[in-house]
Ligand binder design. Structure first.
Ligand code: HPA
Length: 269
């Protein structure tokens, strides 16, 4: 495992002419931030040794190196989801490669269903904590010596970055909400009873990603900041039909706001 991670990092280092300390994982429908990256160098996942092979024909995803404003960054356009059939080791493999490459801060984004009655579709939710509801833990198995066997999770989402995000949002007149992301495997959207349960368990938003990558990043000592774009609502008593198309559309409309917040934090941090 460690050898594979190092091999992949070695390969990428050979292609990179920057040394970014910031990485971004772009979620469903949230890829437009890549249009703001300059001095771009792109590598398709399928051309990266040891990267998981895509389960979707023609949707391999890519790693992008370049500049966002004045900062060197690396971005993942497309992530690996557990529901696609990848193991947790595969889902989180790129994060461990990031650690080898010297990444210090990880920005994550996702589309999520809102369960907090104060939320509206299109809201940006700053993630201040998460609930891991995946059926397998990404750190299960022999401990990789990037971190402790029993890693602390008391502040998984960086408080300073959260404060900065709120400041920037206020400055730019962007409405943001804050809350707990509950990660579950999917691929079904929730039944009304499941939304109710997840809300009562303490979740403000629910989605099918992010938690595995965040856990592994924290295990590696990488700081994390995350935003959920609320693309649909699963509120008690008013759960309506949800489709992938609606999720895409809402994500598409909200992504300029998310891009602004990510860009500004990265440039000020
Ligand atoms: N549930 C789970 N995942 C999601 C949702 C949802 O309502 N919306 C976007 N991703």
């Amino acid at each position: 495992m460690l050898q594979k991670i190092q091999e992949t990092a070695e390969f990428l280092r050979g292609k990179m002419n920057t040394a970014p300390e910031t990485a971004i994982i772009l979620g469903t429908g949230l890829g437009s931030l890549v249009n703001e990256i300059t001095d771009k160098y792109e590598i398709e996942y399928k051309d990266i040794p040891n990267f998981p092979l895509s389960t979707v024909e023609g949707h391999s995803g890519k790693l992008i190196f370049g500049k966002l404003g004045n900062k060197d960054i690396m971005a993942m356009q497309g992530r690996f989801h557990f529901y696609e059939g990848y193991s947790m080791k595969e889902v989180t493999f790129p994060v461990r490669v990031m650690r080898e490459l010297g990444i210090k801060t990880l920005f994550v984004s996702n589309a999520a269903g809102g369960m907090n009655p104060d939320f509206v579709i299109g809201d940006l939710m700053i993630i201040n904590d998460h609930i891991n509801f995946f059926p397998e833990h990404p750190l299960r198995g022999k401990n990789i010596p990037y971190g402790d066997r029993f890693p602390d999770m008391s502040a998984a989402y960086d408080k300073r970055l959260i404060a900065m995000a709120k400041e920037i949002a206020a400055e730019k007149n962007i409405r943001v909400v804050e809350g707990i992301y509950l990660g579950t495997q999917g691929p079904t959207f929730e039944t009304p009873a499941e939304y109710r349960m997840f809300h009562r368990m303490g979740g403000d938003a629910v989605g099918m990603s992010t938690v595995p990558e965040v856990i592994v990043a924290r295990h590696c000592g990488i700081r994390v900041f995350g935003i959920s774009v609320i693309t649909d609502l699963g509120l008690e008593g008013i759960v309506v039909e949800c489709s992938h198309e609606e999720v895409q559309k809402a994500a598409d409309e909200a992504q300029p706001k998310m891009t602004t917040i990510f860009r500004e934090i990265i440039n000020r941090a």
